[in-house]
Design a binder for this molecule. Structure first.
Ligand code: URP
Ligand code: ZN
Ligand code: ZN
Length: 475
């Protein structure tokens, strides 16, 4: 049945206006004033913003890490995402050395099929780049529509790849039209610092942060940017936390390189002192790269506003405090890295960003949705409200005041990283391809209703013209 969303304020990355949105067969088929279609269901959005659904470009659902598996899988994780206003997630498909790429992708299809309640896609981790992998890549990109490749520069002896692999991945991505993503930290030096800390008896969670200093994130970011320049390729730096890394991305963009960056809600609102909480509670805040000194938050907000960073990913990677984070009692290096963020990403960015005057309403939409659609080959099917786009829509009440808490969240994890945060604004209803997933704050979706998205290849013109940013004189 057709639906018309009426009386709301439609907000895209470019415009803010009052109008009705007509939805037929899952697609936006009309936008205008006083739309009427016989028999259409009327959805009243009075007093609300009508946003394109959030796109979360960075999740780890049902992912093995550090001898355990994330608490949220594709069902609980995407339900929580939907409650939070996100209608598309792009998850990281892990690979191991020697494993055929298709078998790794099939594993991720098995984890997600029949479970996801919103649309989803995969990035592919590159753990080695030999002739076999080079031979398999074109087919994965073409047939699976996986047009982004992830290289870890950290996590020595598990996920970390060397610079040769990164260089060859950048070359292959240039050839195939893919975007290379990096976890940018110098894993070799971190490994040494961790050994030294443990040998000195420094085992508490705070040493996780102290053994991963910002210089090692800045160094790896700069290294990756130089290799991108050398290969004339394209790079997306995930979970940027600090000034040192922002400066390297800004420098690369000033040169006109196709280098992009993402930060995450935790780095915008939490700081390193959280790791010092007593009774091992600091373990709840162990991410890699780690939370930083508070002043970095202003640098990250500025970078989002001026375009040095383009997106916000949740880096959802949840582990229970009891039984999972616990694995690192007495040895911080055994604390599973990551936290629960998928549900609060959208509202935190709105509340801390728009409400506090750090970013505009349109910039919010750009960061939370549109930029990810452009970078990851989903635009304009996703990431905007336009005729012909999927009707992925969030009806958002900006007046609601609420407190984030594990007692009320929908993630399958026993704590909330933002416990006690008082925020303004809440998604009231969320539609995925025209069907309600959340209606009046209640889940009404279905496991398995989410569709796998084959994505287009990376296109510089569709992504961000670095020149515009330079002429704006922003970095
Ligand atoms: N970020 C984090 O601590 N955990 C998830 C894995 C990763 O993104 O590095
Ligand atoms: Zn990472
Ligand atoms: Zn991650």
């Amino acid at each position: 049945m057709a639906k018309i969303i009426k009386n709301g304020t439609i907000v895209t990355a470019a415009d803010t206006y009052t109008g009705d949105v007509l939805i037929e067969n899952g697609i936006v088929t009309g936008i205008g004033l006083n739309l009427e279609v016989p028999g259409a269901e009327i959805v009243d959005a009075s007093g609300c913003y009508v946003f394109p659904g959030g796109i979360d470009p960075h999740t780890h659902l049902d992912m093995p890490f550090g001898g355990t598996v994330t608490a949220d899988d594709f069902e609980s994780g995407t339900i929580a995402a939907a409650y939070g206003g996100t209608t598309t997630v792009i998850d990281f498909c892990l690979t191991t050395k020697g494993q055929p790429l298709q078998s790794a992708v099939d594993t991720w299809h098995n984890k997600s099929q029949g479970k996801a309640v919103i649309d989803y896609s995969f990035h592919l981790m590159v753990s080695e780049l030999n002739d076999r992998v080079l031979g398999e890549l074109p087919q994965i990109i073409e047939q699976e529509g996986i047009t982004s490749l992830k290289v870890f520069m950290a996590y020595k002896n598990t996920f970390q790849a060397d610079d040769g692999v990164l260089y060859k991945t950048l070359q292959a991505a240039k050839r195939e039209g893919a975007l290379v993503m990096v976890h940018a930290e110098n894993g070799d030096v971190i490994e040494y610092l961790v050994e030294q800390a443990l040998a000195a008896g420094n085992t508490d969670p705070i040493y996780h942060a102290l053994t991963r200093p910002p210089e090692l994130e800045g160094e790896a970011t700069g290294r990756a940017a130089y290799l991108t320049e050398l290969t004339d390729s394209q790079l997306y730096v995930v979970h940027v936390t600090c000034a040192e890394a922002v400066w390297k991305i800004a420098e690369a963009r000033k040169k006109g390189l196709r280098v992009y960056g993402e930060t995450c809600p935790q780095y915008l609102v939490l700081d390193q002192t959280a790791l010092e909480k007593p009774d091992f509670e600091g373990a709840k805040y162990v991410w890699s790269p780690p939370l930083r000194e508070q002043w970095n938050q202003d640098v990250l907000w500025d970078a989002l506003w001026n375009g040095s960073l383009q997106t916000i990913g949740s880096d959802q990677c949840s582990f229970d405090f009891k039984g999972q984070k616990d694995l690192g009692r007495g040895d911080f290096s055994k604390i599973p890295n990551g936290g629960p963020t998928i549900e609060d990403r959208f509202s935190l960015l709105y509340s801390e960003g728009v409400q506090k005057g750090r970013i505009s309403l349109n910039k919010f939409v750009d960061i939370i949705s549109t930029s990810s659609a452009r970078l990851f080959g989903l635009f304009p099917q996703k990431g905007t409200i336009a005729i012909g786009s999927d009707a992925d829509i969030v009806i958002f009440d900006p007046s609601v005041e609420r407190t984030l808490s594990a007692a009320t969240h929908h993630m399958n994890v026993d704590y909330n990283a933002f416990e006690g945060f008082e925020i303004k604004g809440e998604p009231v209803s969320v539609l995925s391809r025209g069907e309600f997933v959340i209606r009046d704050k209640q889940f009404v979706g279905q496991a398995g209703a989410g569709q796998y998205l084959r994505r287009k290849r990376f296109e510089a013109e569709t992504a961000f013209p670095a020149k515009a940013e330079i002429s704006g004189g922003v970095v």
